[in-house]
Ligand binder design. Sequence first.
Ligand code: DAT
Ligand code: MG
Length: 150
Amino acid sequence: MERTFLMVKPDGVARGLLGEVLRRVEGKGLKITAMKMLRVDEPLGKRHYEEHREKPFFPGLISFITSGPSVAMVVEGRDAIKVMRAMIGKTDPKEASPGTIRGDFGLDVGKNIVHASDSKSSAEREMALYFAPEELLTYSRADEPWVYEE
Ligand code: DAT
Ligand code: MG
């Protein structure tokens, strides 16, 4: 099993899309093993997006991500990183396929609703930014035998 970091960003929370995102994650068979609502502050936002520090959109990105509450999650399942990236869709919602979260609900790259880790190393880094190890919970979902072949 693999773990990834997923976040509903301030636009997603403000637009009431939290339930929609959770419904898709749960429906896919992925397991939410940690979750919290928080307002990302500037230092945390800058660490989260440190790979983009030199980009022209960085200041706008930081002011957006700190503009209201977000919901941070750890999502677990087989190939969770790749699967979750596919479910959120391309970075620019205009180009994201219908059926993806960004493709179904967004229009602007600066308001793309969700974040999901793009690699094993970013998943580890991002989970550690938002959660202490003891906040990751272990439990079984009743449908696991019907989701996984073995
Ligand atoms: P992703 O969120 O798909 O991993 P990314 O890591 O390239 O995309 O960029 C992080 C966020 O920065 C992205 O969700 C929205 C914002 N962003 C990216 N490219 C942008 C651009 N050209 N203009 C404005 N915002 C941008
Ligand atoms: Mg990224």
